[in-house]
Design a protein around this ligand. Sequence first.
Ligand code: SF4
Ligand code: SF4
Length: 416
Amino acid sequence: MPYEPLTSVLVKPAGPDCNMACTYCFYYDKASLFPESLKHRMSESVLEEMIKQMMQQGAKQVSFGWQGGEPTLMGLPFYRKAVQLQQKYGNGQTVGNGLQTNGILIDNDWAKFLRDYHFLVGLSLDGPRHVHDHYRKMLGGAGSWSTVNDHLKMMLDNDVEVNALVVVNDYSVNFPEEIYTFHKESGLNFMQFIPCVENDPKNTESTASFSVPADRLGEFWCKLFDLWINDFEEGKPTTSIRYFDSLFYRYVDLDAPECTLLPSCGNYIVVEHNGDVYSCDFFVDPEWKLGNVMHEKLIDMLNSERQHEFGRMKANWPEECDDCKWLKYCYGGCTKDRIRDPADDTQNHFCEAYKTFLEYSHETFTRLAGQWKMEQEREARKYRIQQLIDSGEIRPNRNDPCPCGSGLKFKRCCGK
Ligand code: SF4
Ligand code: SF4
């Protein structure tokens, strides 16, 4: 099997540590994996080894996703060092940095740094105050919306590129329009909606109360879809919703950028603060520990049999999916969503939501994909004609029939 290139790594430099206490956090409990200390921080030697390997073993384009817990707890000097090391070990690659943050510690210095080094910020902001504060609490229990919203404005004033990360839970699912409009009016045109399902630690036979029910999620996506489509201008979207963008890739027969829509997964790895490497953000547990960056190579861990086994779990979708007409647009969804609720019996918890939404949006996506394919063909024809003109093989006049054979005048077709 050819070696999978190392393109992307998720880094948790402060482990599960956080300065907030969101009710639905799935990562907070991971502290039990690292009992050696109460405070978890990546050392400079782990940082350097990880970056060195990424730059030396990685592909031509590599991306670092800094997240947690709360990655800004590391302080700005840590990230200045990270950028310095990327430059030190870089060899002409394109490097992308993403910071997924709750925004609490962002100040002007942070904002300038993030802008100057082109970090793409994913800001956890669930929507307007009543939606966000419902579950996103400070350690003392107060809401966090005012601070996060102020810091969002500070980042936008400093021209930082910011996307919204929105958790869809049992409460926020009631407000698709309010949430979408709030983000759009706040200047966050790129939105990622993350449906929440977690096991209830007090009753492991069921889901936690903040999880979003599948039928409600289906309705949420349909409403969101209408809002997204209504904002199209001249046939093009003016806002971006990551799930819809990814689905569109499937409609034009390309691999989706979102791992949940791929037939199998496991094409990135997670590096914890102490250098331990895991298969996926949602599978940071001993079973899926691949090694440690101080002792093994990232590229080998990514290509290990264990990681392949992990990826194949997704491909091992339930039998019901084999006969489902939406398989190509879903591939059974994320592996994690098949195991959080024992009642699902390995079927995806959100299967009903997928079916409702795909039924609702299929015709429109099919039409959009058809238009896109026609545009691509037109562009390809235009390019070929331009090559013939440049080489002197043809010299069409503006009013001649277009050499591409469309029947239109050249000036109205490839000569435009
Ligand atoms: S388990 Fe889910 S989130 Fe993790 S890599 Fe697979 S599809 Fe992606
Ligand atoms: S919609 Fe449901 S049955 Fe169909 S492929 Fe997705 S998870 Fe499987």
